[in-house]
Design a protein around this ligand. Structure first.
Ligand code: ZN
Length: 339
């Protein structure tokens, strides 16, 4: 294991520990973007607060018209309740505005992440403020919640948040653990069922070949994160879709502050197209299924984004703009989809 690998393992974002060598095929994007001409994509898991304006531009240019940003941890433990508040406020405030300035509709899920559930005194306080955010406009689920190390504290706050989701009539976005994944995934689903959740309201994330069959058989949504350099590469995702078909399956980038790829969905779509997978199958796993799953929240109106958002960079959020001195605001739909 090289030093870089070691650091990733000790401080993972969404990276899996891989015990197998997977040849990563990094698509030369320019060579493949023609294949997805006119397609539109919905990324149901991406942490935009960690991404740049270049990422927003590239995503929009590649046909990503809408996204969901789950509440997650920030790479180091938070030290107090106010940083949770500010983070949740940014997901429904500034980040949503920033996304709109690049023509991408922004939704979010709100929750206490599994890692920080282990700081019980703080977790207790966070539980008290979650309802203040769960009912806000554009919040399409409780997430991402579930297990990390599979500790008793994680289980306690997972169960409490399942109850919050039921009460708020919101879907659940489930983070499955990177270590001991199979057991953690089964346990997460069993607990959700025990709390009386309808599996069609639960999106089980970060699946792999070992977990997918059981997730689908039990009627849950199976989400797959396309990670560069780790287990779930674009190639393997294509094979999974060939094997299981598009029903209940969606893909996401889970791009965050770690090494990740905000264009994972359009790149995988291009690869599927190359492999002769039907356009309708591609549309379901890269767009429609995610919409169907999270629209149960009552918060998604596809007419808001299906024909593109009108961008007006003259707009401001609490007096603040994404523009810097002398920059010309973009207005209109002129950079919608790849032409
Ligand atoms: Zn995430």
């Amino acid at each position: 294991m090289c030093l870089a690998d070691k650091e990733l393992t000790q401080n993972p974002s969404h990276f899996e520990e891989s015990d197998e060598v997977v040849a990563h095929r990094d698509l030369a994007w320019e060579d493949y973007r023609d294949l997805i001409k006119g397609m539109r994509f919905f990324d149901p898991h991406i942490h935009m607060v960690s991404r740049t304006t270049d990422d927003y531009e590239a995503m929009r240019d590649a046909g990503i018209v809408a996204l969901i940003e789950p509440a997650f941890w920030v790479g180091q433990p938070r030290t107090g309740l106010s940083t949770f508040k500010d983070y949740y406020s940014s997901l429904v405030g500034w980040e949503r505005f920033r996304s709109s300035q690049f023509g991408i509709k922004h939704y979010c899920t709100i929750g206490l992440n599994s890692r920080e559930a282990n700081n019980e005194p703080l977790a207790e306080q966070v539980m008290e403020i979650l309802p203040l955010y769960l009912y806000k406009e554009g919040v399409v689920g409780v997430g991402e919640i579930g297990f990390d190390d599979q500790t008793p504290a994680e289980e306690k706050y997972y169960r409490l948040q399942l109850e919050l989701a039921k009460k708020a009539k919101l879907p659940v976005q489930l983070h499955t653990p990177h270590r001991d994944k199979k057991r953690g995934t089964e346990r997460s689903m069993a607990i959700a069922l025990e709390h009386g959740l309808d599996p069609s309201w639960v999106i089980v994330d970060h699946n792999n070949e070992e977990t997918v069959k059981s997730v689908l058989d039990q009627g849950f949504w199976a989400a797959f994160t396309i990670y560069p350099f780790t287990k779930m590469s674009n190639e393997r995702m294509v094979k999974l879709v060939e094997k299981y078909g598009p029903d209940q399956i969606m893909i996401n980038s889970a791009a965050d502050w770690g090494i990740s790829d905000p264009l994972a969905i359009p790149k995988t779509a291009a690869l599927m197209k190359m492999r002769g997978i039907a356009d309708e199958t591609i549309r379901l796993v890269t767009y429609q299924n995610a919409i169907d799953a999270f629209a149960k929240s009552g918060q998604i109106d596809v007419s808001d984004f299906e024909n593109g958002l009108t961008v007006d960079q003259n707009q401001k959020f609490h007096g603040n703009t994404i523009l810097r001195g002398g920059q010309q605001p973009r207005v209109g739909k002129d950079y919608l989809l790849i032409q």
